[in-house]
Design a protein around this ligand. Structure first.
Ligand SMILES: [Zn+2]
Length: 227
């Protein structure tokens, strides 16, 4: 079932490697099928270089395996939480990409310093609060989704969140868009770190310029790209 979506999820998982966002078996991409509500996700711990389309796992919205020979990614409950909370999401990505994770480990938001950032994220990308010991012991991955949702202000305006001491989650209407947001997030994190190194007191981008760049690509008055 969902062969086409499995192929897309498989390809987007490989895209994480191709774009330098994951090493070893870290990171995962999932997608939600709009019709059945089922979620297709990377299997847990299967190396990227031997992974195949058919290894993708299909689960229902509660996380029960519907089809697949492997166990789903151990981060599945975080994906399930976010899909449940936000019905418009079609794809979710998790990585430990270096620069963005450096911000997450520092417990710091990624400030919006320039138009590269403003093209994708309408303001600084926040860092969710740390989980309590009880939340870690009780249901670690599910509660990771919970602290992300707590820190989200607008799921579409800022399609990414840093998870403290951990890594990043990004999302979008499709798995392809979620991966694109993960690539952009890593790049703007790198730029932000270099910017602060050159000038630690750099102010964030002016609101007027942030608006210009964000809204020429998003919303009803967008005009960037081809019709
Ligand atoms: Zn992780």
């Amino acid at each position: 079932m969902l062969e086409e979506l499995k192929k897309r999820v498989f390809e987007q998982n490989l895209a994480l490697v191709k774009n330098g966002l994951v090493v070893l078996t870290w990171g995962n991409v999932s997608a939600r099928d709009g019709e059945t509500g089922c979620i297709v996700i990377k299997p847990s711990g299967v190396p990227y270089d031997t992974m195949r389309e058919g290894d993708m796992v299909v689960v229902d919205e509660k996380g029960n395996t519907v089809e697949g020979n492997y166990r789903p990614s151990s981060d599945l409950p975080t994906h399930l939480y976010l899909y449940k909370q936000y019905p418009t999401l079609g794809g979710i990505v998790h990585t430990h990409s270096s620069y963005a994770t450096a911000f997450a480990q520092s417990g710091r938001a990624i400030p919006a310093y320039g138009t590269t950032h403003a093209d994708a994220f309408y303001g600084s990308v926040p860092c969710a609060r740390a989980l309590t010991n009880e939340e870690i012991d009780e249901a670690y991955e599910w509660n990771t989704g919970k602290v992300i949702a707590e820190a989200v202000s607008d799921i579409e305006a800022i399609p990414a969140m840093l998870v403290k001491n951990h890594g990043v989650f990004t999302w979008g209407k499709s798995p392809e868009k979620a991966v694109e947001n993960a690539v952009t997030l890593e790049e703007v994190a790198k730029m932000a770190l270099l910017t602060e190194r050159l000038n630690p007191s750099t102010p964030e981008i002016d609101q007027h310029l942030l608006d210009k760049h964000y809204f020429r690509k998003h919303g009803k008055n967008a005009y960037y790209g081809q019709k």
